[in-house]
Ligand binder design. Structure first.
Ligand SMILES: *Cc1c(COP(=O)(O)O)cnc(C)c1O
Length: 368
């Protein structure tokens, strides 16, 4: 498969002259999740969009291929980003491929080891800032205002353009839009990108309905839910540990236009979904990614999908026909790979037992 620029060229701000910097990102699997369906109950189908299978292990690659291609097209010699980890891993890889400089500001001690390793091995100049993500983002905004370096955080509109291809893929694969789109919310670029993608697909007649966008922040880092900036965000889900999201207002627009919601899930709920995905569905994600599934399970317990279905049936004749004849479809975005943060996995489960190198000792342990 080609990368997302080649595949969705006609919907993206590129021309034949744009140099395409690609690692064949995108085309990630949309996996049916029968066990999670059994927990949600009722007439639902749950699909998991496994974005951890992108080249650098997160959805950031969809936006970064376009951001770097456009940067090179514009003659840029360097890119810079603030990052909770995955943006820096992705920017570093695509900048290496483009042969331009990449500068990364990360919160000191605040990103998973795998992501730091990626940024470093791809040759980025990494600075660990004594502050949090929001401090890092303020710094790079200031730097790019005054110096000729391209900002590749999701404030860069090319990032959003590239990331909207995730919505195209879901619709192409389902043959229509899902009814609900569940997604973790950190800096809030991705929920905005998906909503843009769905709306554009509807405008050109590729789909005839739009999903409700249901976003989930971590309880200790939930500024949109609380309605105010969180000075010291706290959560084990480092990728969404953000107290002042850059796309705050646009995320609220996506929520409200779609008739969806943005709510919080606790770290305990996130870890529960994280372990469940690994042990019952065979899918290893990083903790932040599990927020979408944690949110769906929480809303299912509240009866949200049942009562929403009743409402849908009372609506337009077209919707009601769909609602009666088909199951409710929920797409959950699994934003990043579990191997990014192996420490978290090891801390969440029992360590392996140590046994003697003797057949009897091993057999005894495994119950034979
Ligand atoms: C970046 C990231 C998020 C948050 O996405 P936003 O666009 O900042 O809301 C969630 N999960 C993972 C794994 C990420 O890398």
């Amino acid at each position: 498969m080609k990368g997302v620029i080649e595949h969705y060229k006609q919907y993206l701000p590129v021309t034949d002259k744009t140099p395409v910097i690609s690692l064949n990102e995108g085309n990630t699997p949309l996996i049916r999740a029968r066990y999670i369906e059994s927990l949600v109950g009722g007439d639902v189908e749950v699909y998991l969009k496994y974005e951890g299978l992108n080249p650098t292990g997160s959805f950031k690659d969809r936006g970064m291929t376009l951001a770097l291609s456009k940067a090179v097209e514009a003659g840029s010699k360097a890119v810079i980003c603030a990052s909770t980890g995955n943006t820096s891993a992705s920017a570093a890889a695509y900048a290496a491929r483009a042969k331009i400089k990449c500068i990364v500001l990360i919160p000191e001690g605040g990103i998973a080891l795998g992501k730091l390793a990626q940024a470093l091995i791809h040759g980025a100049e990494v600075l660990a800032v004594k502050g949090n993500f929001d401090d890092c983002l303020n710094l790079v905004k200031e730097i790019t205002r005054k110096h000729p370096i391209t900002l590749v955080n999701s404030l860069n509109p090319d990032r959003i353009e590239g990331q909207k291809t995730g919505a195209f893929e879901i619709c192409d694969s389902l043959g229509g839009a899902p009814d609900y789109h569940a997604i973790p919310v950190g800096n809030a670029g991705n929920i905005v990108a998906y909503w843009k993608g769905y709306k554009e697909y509807k405008e050109i007649g590729k789909i005839d309905s739009l999903p409700k966008m249901i976003g989930f922040q971590a309880e200790g880092a939930a500024p949109i839910v609380k309605g105010h900036i969180v000075k010291n965000p706290r959560t084990i889900a480092t990728a969404i540990k953000i107290g002042n999201p850059a796309s705050w207002k646009k995320a609220e627009v996506a929520r409200d236009e779609s008739g969806g919601l943005i709510e919080a899930v606790t770290d305990a709920e996130i870890l529960n979904a994280y372990k469940l995905l690994a042990s019952k569905e065979g899918i290893f994600v990083e903790p932040a990614s599990a927020a979408s599934v944690a949110g769906v399970l929480k809303k299912a317990k509240e009866g949200y999908f049942r009562s929403e279905k009743r409402k849908a049936t009372e609506g337009s004749p077209e919707r009601s026909r769909r609602a009666k004849s088909e199951k409710i479809r929920i797409a959950c975005i699994l934003t990043g790979h579990g191997l990014k943060d192996p420490d978290r996995a090891i801390a969440s489960i029992k360590k392996p037992k140590v046994v003697a190198a003797k057949l009897n000792a091993v057999l005894k342990e495994i119950g034979f």
